[in-house]
Design a protein around this ligand. Structure first.
Ligand code: FE
Ligand code: FE
Ligand code: ZN
Length: 276
């Protein structure tokens, strides 16, 4: 069994996201911890978090997978970019503690010319400056497609980041099917081998969440263009094997496909048919 859901908007608050996802048939969801391209987060009353917490327990939802804004780049070349990223990471992690026990996913970062080694060190520094022993949130490094100067498009690069983090027990990985495919991992022809590679490099126990997307482009294209489930180059059969894979059971699966609400409702329904 898996949990399935999609990205929902925080515009009407936390409790509203839970109710919205239930309407779509999901039992987990993702949301941006603040405007994905903007600056400051809008603060919400404590009661809003409390209502969502009660709702999630009552409705037996799986772990949520919050997403950091795209403007957060912990590996950036400019000091101001990294300082902004560090502030956002701290503030949003702190706010996630109002929904204890969930995941906070982020793109490891783009080194923007610094080189992967220095970029990796900046990401490790940011994690070591931010994570704290009492936190109940697990942060997830997302597997990347490898466009531009992105760090984290190979399992080894993610493993290297984690190696330098002191509180390793607070760190996991979010496996994005479009991104790993675009990065060159053939999950269509060789899913078992890809998961085995993940296990050898990182450890399969760190694979805590999945972003379930089809891809508009062929394996290894490094493009990062998501497609609706079944309409892309990965296809229904291969994505069904991901969803039903014994090593991935119990995880939250998040759709990040180009859909409106009705499209998400139908995709969730289709995936529920695969898993029953
Ligand atoms: Fe992402
Ligand atoms: Fe993703
Ligand atoms: Zn993507």
């Amino acid at each position: 069994m898996i949990y399935i859901g999609n990205h929902v908007s925080l515009k009407d608050g936390y409790f509203a996201m839970g109710k919205q996802e239930k309407k779509l048939g999901g039992d987990t969801f993702a949301f941006f911890t603040r405007n994905p391209r903007g600056g400051n987060a809008k603060e919400r009353p404590e009661e809003d978090f409390e209502n969502l917490r009660d709702f999630l327990t009552k409705e037996k939802f799986g772990t949520l997978v919050a997403h950091a804004p795209y403007t957060m780049n912990l590996a950036g070349k400019k000091d101001e970019v990294r300082e902004f990223g560090q502030r956002v990471f701290k503030e949003d992690l702190q706010r996630m503690e109002l929904l204890p026990g969930n995941y906070f996913n982020f793109h490891p970062g783009s080194h923007t010319g610094l080189g992967k080694e220095t970029g990796t060190r900046h990401i490790q520094d940011a994690l070591n400056n931010t994570l704290f022993p009492e936190q109940e949130t697990t942060v997830l490094l997302e597997t990347m497609a490898g466009k531009g100067a992105e760090i984290g498009s190979t399992f080894e690069e993610l493993a290297r980041i984690i190696e330098g983090v002191r509180l390793k027990e607070k760190v996991g990985v979010c496996f994005d099917t479009c991104h790993v495919w675009d990065a060159g991992y053939d999950i269509k022809g060789h899913l078992d081998e890809v998961l085995d590679e993940f296990d050898k490099a990182i450890g399969i126990e760190r694979l805590l969440a999945v972003h379930l997307n089809d891809s508009k482009n062929p394996c290894g294209s490094r493009k990062d263009r998501h497609e609706k489930i079944g309409l892309g180059m990965i296809g229904d059969e291969a994505l069904e094997r991901v969803v039903t894979h014994p090593l991935l059971q119990g995880r939250p699966f998040i759709l990040e496909t180009p859909n409106d609400d009705e499209g998400y409702r139908r995709e969730i329904e289709k995936i529920r048919n695969w898993i029953q």
